[in-house]
Design a protein around this ligand. Structure first.
Ligand SMILES: [Zn+2]
Length: 235
């Protein structure tokens, strides 16, 4: 699962909770950030094999710290506590000059967004997701079916963006930017699923994950600034 993860980020953001989209973009890929970091450190192991599954070259044969069910729950709880601490320390939004509207449910939403990664990975991955440690591996293996996996990613993404657009008030220019971002993610997914390429090394792949995911986080941050002045004045 790749861009499908971002559907959860788009779907979680509402006018009521006002959780920044970029924060949710980090949350839904939090487990992969840990994974990529541990692969770079040589702690978790990855093989990149052409044709390993129809839709992915990743053979994640050892990732018990980032992608076991037990650690996924632990990381989700950690993320929820971190967000609770951050929210309580910054009750005042200096950019807007008023009290933050972070609702009490923010830590729960962040925690669930982090955990959603494991659930969506469970659908796509071959049986490489351990329940605990490096044992009892599960995975429904949708990656073995290239077109259905691609269709699911895009359907999820489109649904998430549709929810984001209907549940958040924003100027037309930002609406256009969000749709353009969605199209960009769609193209990235086409490239990932269908464009043949020579496999990179494990470390280069992990580095690519860091670079691409962070690029998307920056776009998500920038997009919510578009037309903000006009919106604030109108409010
Ligand atoms: Zn993952």
């Amino acid at each position: 699962m790749f861009v499908g993860h971002y559907s959860v980020a788009f779907a979680c953001r509402t006018e009521r909770n006002k959780i920044p989209l970029w924060v949710l973009f980090v949350a839904v890929q939090f487990l992969d950030y840990i994974w990529a970091t541990l692969v770079l450190l040589g702690i978790e192991k990855l093989r990149v094999i052409k044709g390993f599954t129809a839709g992915s070259m990743l053979d994640s044969y050892f990732h018990p710290y980032s992608h076991s069910l037990i650690t996924a729950v632990i990381w989700s709880v950690v993320a929820a506590f971190v967000s609770r601490t951050v929210c309580s320390r910054h009750p005042f939004d200096s950019a807007q000059g008023r009290l933050n509207h972070y609702s009490k449910s923010t830590p729960l939403i962040i925690g669930l967004a982090v955990f959603s990664h494991w659930i969506l990975d469970l659908v796509a991955h071959p049986r490489d997701l351990p329940i605990y440690d490096n044992a009892a591996k599960v995975g429904f293996g949708l990656w073995n079916y290239r077109d259905p996996e691609f269709a699911l990613e895009i359907a999820l993404l489109a649904g998430g963006i549709a929810l984001y657009l209907t549940r958040n008030a924003m100027p037309a220019i930002r609406k256009g930017a969000v749709i353009a971002f969605g199209i960009a993610l769609f193209i990235v997914q086409i490239g990932d699923t269908y464009v043949p390429r020579t496999p990179l090394s494990d470390k280069a792949t992990a580095m690519g994950v860091w670079i691409f995911y962070t690029l998307f986080v920056i776009v998500a941050f920038a997009i919510e600034k578009i037309g903000r002045r006009g919106q604030t004045n109108a409010a």
